[in-house]
Each structure stands twice: as structure tokens, then as C-alpha cells.
Design a protein around this ligand. Structure first.
Ligand SMILES: CC(=O)N[C@H]1[C@@H](OP(=O)(O)OP(=O)(O)OC[C@H]2O[C@@H](n3ccc(=O)[nH]c3=O)[C@H](O)[C@@H]2O)O[C@H](CO)[C@@H](O)[C@@H]1O
Ligand SMILES: C=C(OP(=O)(O)O)C(=O)O
Length: 419
């Protein structure tokens, strides 16, 4: 199993190119099930999760041509197998995004229940209730969701009781082929949803309210192929912004967009980090000390839960205390005990953690149980004295393209140890 070795203490300087967003790529690939295509996606990140979604779509019967050099994926054909098996879904929860498209196009789908993961129980009840409102009959049996709509889905007004990114995406895709009008109220507003909606429009869907919490979709009989470039990954950009800040460096994040990082940028600035908009992206620098700053996770446009662990790593070396509150997932502090093994002072109870900054962290062997927790340990390692070994690198490979190469190119002493 690969590990990452970091020798900390070097300020990062230079340019980091931001890849296409994992959380946009996955629903966009699932959207290929809505038409015979071809759907051509550009700026595709080379990630384990993208490979898993490719494997799932191949299993359904689509052709998946991933040209890694060109960073494109071309998806074509119609599904001939309507079952998403446990073996693939258990590897990646976003597999559940095939449910809406399969059901809308073929009137039937059988998708393994994704179950919980390291950050929370993560049910899919909101997806299922909303699809029922569009006329689907849903049964849960032997760990699978059996969904049927033999006469097709019918448009309806769906009021989500809670904001959910995945449920919004599943319903948005399903509604493009439902009969009549669907209105999604209290929809999630993450930039990846707007990206999905823009691509669906290129495929012939009729959608109004993109970027807002009220989406209106007028169903059409069929969608076509399209070409679409995936939006830059705001979480990858935010992570490298924290890397620049934690090392006292200055890095240009090529392709990063201020409008996607608003709350994170405001919080970083409060902590003493300089963030400037440039034509090529965002420049993030830190010349002075960091000051303890509070953060609370919220749906977009609030502070992203996918940035919580990285920001906590930064606050571990700030002057003073910070309170970090996680409101989205009930178990997303798995990085805390590992950061403490590196010398961080953190108390946590329930949804909040108090971080008391220390002058320096010390390197240690660490491991984490999810993607963002793992990368927060990489950030801590970049700032720490001595050597840090991050185990279970497969979590990082789910969502960060060539993390060690990107960080080494801006001066980090970091390498992947194979085997
Ligand atoms: C592939 C992808 O895009 N993943 C992102 C997506 O995950 P995902 O789409 O799974 O996250 P949701 O927005 O759905 O989850 C938000 C909250 O709602 C709860 N919930 C959700 C659905 C449901 O049917 N019932 C329910 O109770 C969840 O357990 C969680 O507590 O948004 C999360 C919140 O920004 C991010 O952390 C993930 O990186
Ligand atoms: C939680 C994440 O992803 P997923 O929803 O795929 O588990 C993430 O990207 O941080």
C-alpha cells in the first residue's frame, strides 16, 4: 500500500494548476445515461473516483473512452444493464447518482444502497422520497433500491426538507426526462450543480434558476450528446491555499475561481492569509503570523465541509484559539486524534472543536479514514518539524490528482513510497 513521506518546514512558492472538480465530474459522467451521446467531457481529473464511475458506467453498458493525456472522457451508448452492484457502489457513494438517470430513461433501476462511510451515516432517503414524488415506486430489498416508473416519471414540485447536493443532482437529472414541469425547492446551490445543469442544457434540457435554490425543469422527450468542460475543483484549490498558508509561502492557484471560494477566502483572510485575484487564478500568500479564526460549515455559499479538516490543520499553528463547527456530517473529526499525535492541541465535543494553536507541529506516522482528513495530515506534515508518513494514500487518490507531484513542484519535500 502506498504511503506519502513529507519532510516539513519549506515555504511553498510557484504555481499549482487546479484540476477539474471531482464532485462535478462524477454527476456529469452519470448524466451520460440520459442520452445515447456521445457526451464529451473536458478538463477531467485523473482520479480513482473517476475510474470507479467509469467502471460503473461500463458495467451498465456504456462505452467509456478516457484519454488521460487530453484530459477528456467520451461516453456513449445506452444502458443495457440497469443494476448498480454493491461491489462498485461500496467503493464510492456517488455511484447512487446513476439512480435518477436510469429511472428517468429506462423506467427502472436497481442500485445498491451506499450505506454510511467514515464521515457519517449518509442516508439517501431524500433522493428516494423526491423520486417517489415524481411517480416512482421504490422498494428496499436485500440492500438494494428497486425503483420503477414503467410509464415514465411525471413532473412535480419537490420541497427538500434539508439541503442535499446528491439529492438535488439525482432529481435534476431525472426531471430532465420527466413529463411536464418539475420545481426543486430548497435545492443545493454548489457550483458543481450549476456545472451539471449547464451541461444538461447543452444536451437539450430546459432548466431555469441555475445557481439558485429553486430549479425549474421542463421535461423533454429525449436528450442528445454534447461537449462540456468541467469546472475547476474549488476544494482542491482551497486545499492548496491552506498549503501555501501553513508553510508561510506564496502560490498562484491557476484556474481557481474567487466566486466559488467566497466563504473560505473570507475566513483565510480573517486568519491573516493574503488572497488576491489574478487573471490566471488566485494568489495566496502569508508573510505574517496566523491568528486563530472560527469557522462553521454550511451548504454553499457557506464554508464547505470538504474544507473543514484542511482549515483545522492550518489553525493548529495559528496564534490563539479557533472554534471549528461541523454542521453537515456528524462524524467528520476523524483527523483530530491524528493531528494531536503531531502535537496539535484540540478539544472536541459533539459538533465543535476548539483548536489552541501551537508554535510548531512535529512529524509522525499518521493515517486517516477519509479523503479530506488525509489531506489535512499532508498539510500538517508540510508545516511540521521532521518527517511525517501519511498511510492509506488511496483516500488521497480518490480526490487529489498527483498530490505529491503538485506539491513537490512548488518546493515541498514530499514523495510517494510505493508498496
Ligand atoms: C460526490 C459529491 O459531490 N460529494 C459531496 C456531496 O456529498 P452528498 O451529496 O452525499 O452530500 P449531501 O449534501 O447529500 O449531504 C448533506 C447532509 O444531508 C444528509 N442527507 C443527504 C441525503 C439524504 O438523502 N439524506 C440525508 O440525511 C447527509 O447525511 C448529510 O448530513 O456533498 C457534500 C456536502 O457538501 C460533500 O461533503 C461531498 O463531497
Ligand atoms: C466527502 C467527499 O466525497 P464523497 O461524497 O464522494 O464521499 C469529499 O469529496 O470530501
Amino acid at each position: 500500500m502506498d504511503r506519502i513521506r513529507i519532510r516539513g518546514g519549506r515555504p511553498l512558492t510557484g504555481t499549482i494548476p487546479v484540476s477539474g472538480a471531482k464532485n462535478a465530474a462524477l454527476p456529469l459522467m452519470a448524466a451520460a445515461l440520459l442520452s445515447d451521446g456521445p457526451l464529451r467531457l473536458g478538463n477531467v481529473p485523473d482520479l480513482a473516483d473517476v475510474a470507479t464511475m467509469g467502471a460503473l458506467l461500463r458495467h451498465h453498458g456504456l462505452s467509456v473512452d478516457h484519454d488521460k493525456r487530453e484530459r477528456t472522457i467520451t461516453l456513449a451508448g445506452a444502458a443495457n444493464d440497469l443494476e448498480a452492484p454493491y461491489d462498485i457502489v461500496r467503493r464510492m457513494r456517488a455511484s447512487v447518482l446513476v439512480l435518477g438517470p436510469l429511472l428517468a430513461r429506462h423506467g427502472e433501476a436497481k442500485v445498491s444502497l451506499p450505506g454510511g462511510c467514515a464521515i457519517g451515516t449518509r442516508p439517501v432517503d431524500l433522493h428516494l422520497k423526491a423520486l417517489e414524488q415524481l411517480g416512482a415506486a421504490i422498494e428496499l430489498e436485500s440492500g438494494y433500491i428497486h425503483a420503477k416508473a414503467p410509464r415514465g416519471l411525471r413532473g412535480a414540485t419537490v420541497i427538500f426538507p434539508q439541503v442535499s447536493v446528491g439529492a438535488t443532482e439525482n432529481l435534476l437529472m431525472a426531471a430532465t426526462l420527466a413529463e411536464g414541469e418539475t420545481i426543486l425547492v430548497n435545492a443545493a446551490r454548489e457550483p458543481e450543480i450549476a456545472d451539471l445543469a449547464m451541461c444538461l442544457m447543452r444536451m437539450g434540457a430546459r432548466i431555469e434558476g441555475i445557481g439558485t435554490d429553486r430549479l425549474r425543469i421542463e421535461g423533454v422527450r429525449a436528450l442528445t450528446g454534447a461537449t462540456h468542460r468541467i469546472v475547476p475543483d474549488r476544494i482542491e484549490a482551497g486545499t492548496y491555499a491552506c498549503a501555501a498558508a501553513v508553510t508561510g509561502g506564496s502560490v498562484l492557484l491557476e484556474g481557481a475561481r474567487m466566486e466559488h471560494l467566497g466563504a473560505v477566502v473570507r475566513t483565510l483572510r480573517d486568519a491573516g492569509v493574503e488572497v488576491a485575484e489574478r487573471p490566471e487564478g488566485l494568489r495566496v500568500s502569508r508573510r505574517n503570523g496566523l491568528s486563530g479564526t472560527d469557522a462553521m460549515t454550511e451548504p454553499f455559499p457557506g464554508f464547505a465541509t470538504d474544507m473543514q479538516a484542511q482549515f483545522m490543520a492550518l489553525m493548529c499553528v495559528a496564534e490563539g484559539a479557533s472554534m471549528i463547527t461541523e454542521t453537515i456530517f456528524e462524524n467528520r473529526f476523524m483527523h483530530v486524534p491524528e493531528l494531536m499525535r503531531m502535537g496539535a492541541r484540540i478539544n472536541y465535543h459533539g459538533a465543535s472543536a476548539i483548536v489552541r494553536g501551537v508554535p510548531r507541529l512535529s512529524g509522525a506516522p499518521v493515517m486517516a479514514t477519509d479523503l479530506r482528513a488525509s489531506v489535512s495530515l499532508v498539510l500538517a506534515g508540510l508545516a511540521a518539524e521532521g518527517e511525517t508518513i501519511v498511510n492509506r494514500v488511496y483516500h488521497l487518490d480518490r480526490g487529489y490528482e498527483r498530490v505529491e507531484a503538485k506539491l513537490a513542484a512548488v518546493g515541498a519535500n514530499i514523495e510517494r513510497l510505493s508498496g
